[in-house]
Structure formats: structure tokens, C-alpha cells
Design a protein. Structure first.
Ligand code: SF4
Ligand code: SF4
Length: 207
């Protein structure tokens, strides 16, 4: 250890520098709390909420079919089959035209591990995890989501903007990647894939 480092340690220089920085930021925030150039990094939650990132795995919702206003779910049961927590319950019956009718669709939210397998498995884009994260409660009952509650979640936390959100994050099409074509990661990958494909083709012909 050099002499400089020993002196710094003995005089607590680094600690004093850290405390001075804390005091400076604190005083700045105190004297000018409404400044545009905010230096404060803490939030006054719950008044100041943090917006959830795209694809945040929050409270569940059933997607409404914009044409009919009903749930998009057709009761195929894939979500329930893939759910590792076995917390999705679907009850169906036969309709007047021999179609499957979803009588009940329920999720026991307290058992969910938020893996989003249900969202990925659904072939109809009918179930989603919304960005809503404030749903603490004092009893278990509110966490048992019925079909009606899940549809209400869609209306409250997703609504019209939800269709775009769902498509761009959970069900992206080619159009959603526009603007990213120039990224090195895509270019590099494509070149490698092309080389690999050529190699495979040549191998297949000679064999
Ligand atoms: S997020 Fe995972 S654990 Fe939760 S309901 Fe969906 S599949 Fe089940
Ligand atoms: S939410 Fe999707 S996967 Fe689950 S039963 Fe409905 S249509 Fe099938």
C-alpha cells in the first residue's frame, strides 16, 4: 500500500468525500425541489409511480376481442396445461352451434410464479400479464381472479393501448423490428446464418 493510500485511509478521505456528495445533493433538492434538472434519484412513491418496462409481468388480464367485446379466449386449455404452478382453471361447455363456450376462466394469482408461459403458449393472444403491479391486499380473496375480474383488468390496465402493447412485445411481427435492421447484432447473425446455410446445402448435394 502506498503512502498516499495510507494517508487517505487514516484521514477517512473517501468517507468524507461520499458524505459531502450526499449533503450537496440533499441541499440542492431541498433548496430547489421543482428544478427541471433533478439530481434526486429517490421517488416519492406512491405519489410518484415508476412506469413499468415493456413486458413487465404484472397482474393478469384476459384480452377482450375488439369486435365482440367478449374474451378472446376459446378455452383450448393450452395455458392451463403449460402453467408450472397449475393455477389456471378453465371450465367449458358446448354452445348452441356446437362451439366451445368458456363458462369460467380463473387464475389463482397467489400461486403464480409470473413465468408468462401462459401468455407465450396461447395461440390466440388471449391472456396477458399487464404492467400493473400495485395489488397488495389483506386477504386472499381478491387474488382469486375470475373471468369477469380478468376482463376488468384488461379494461383498467390495458384498454385500447393494450392491443399495440401486446403485439409489439408479446406477439411481434416483422414490422415491429423496423429501425433495428442496421444493428450489428442482426447483421452479424444473418451473415453467419447465410454461411451456415450454404455449408449445409453443399453438404446435402455432395452426399
Ligand atoms: S405466469 Fe406462469 S405461473 Fe403464472 S399463470 Fe401464467 S403460466 Fe401459470
Ligand atoms: S387463454 Fe389462450 S391458451 Fe388459454 S384457454 Fe384461452 S385461448 Fe387457450
Amino acid at each position: 500500500m502506498s503512502m498516499n493510500e495510507i494517508v487517505k485511509k487514516l484521514l477517512f478521505i473517501e468517507i468524507i468525500k461520499g458524505l459531502a456528495l450526499t449533503l450537496r445533493v440533499f441541499m440542492k433538492g431541498l433548496l430547489d425541489p421543482f428544478s427541471e434538472k433533478k439530481t434526486i434519484v429517490t421517488r416519492r412513491y406512491p405519489k410518484e409511480k415508476r412506469p413499468a418496462a415493456m413486458g413487465f409481468r404484472g397482474l393478469h388480464a384476459l384480452v377482450r376481442n375488439p369486435a365482440t367485446g367478449e374474451a378472446k379466449c376459446v378455452g383450448c386449455g393450452l395455458c392451463a396445461a403449460i402453467c408450472p404452478s397449475r393455477c389456471i382453471y378453465i371450465y367449458t361447455s358446448e354452445g348452441t352451434e356446437h362451439q366451445k363456450v368458456v363458462d369460467r376462466y380463473e387464475i389463482e394469482v397467489l400461486r403464480c410464479v409470473y413465468c408468462a408461459f401462459c401468455v407465450e403458449a396461447c395461440p390466440y393472444g388471449a391472456v396477458v400479464l399487464t404492467p400493473h403491479y400495485e395489488y397488495a391486499d389483506y386477504s386472499r380473496e381478491p387474488f382469486y381472479m375470475t373471468k369477469e375480474k380478468l376482463l376488468q383488468n384488461w379494461d383498467r390496465f390495458m384498454g385500447e393501448k393494450g392491443y399495440d402493447y401486446f403485439d409489439s412485445f408479446w406477439n411481434p411481427g416483422t414490422g415491429h423490428f423496423k429501425g433495428y435492421e442496421g444493428q450489428a447484432v442482426f447483421r452479424g447473425k444473418r451473415k453467419t446464418e447465410q454461411v451456415d446455410e450454404k455449408k449445409t446445402d453443399t453438404g446435402g448435394e455432395s452426399a
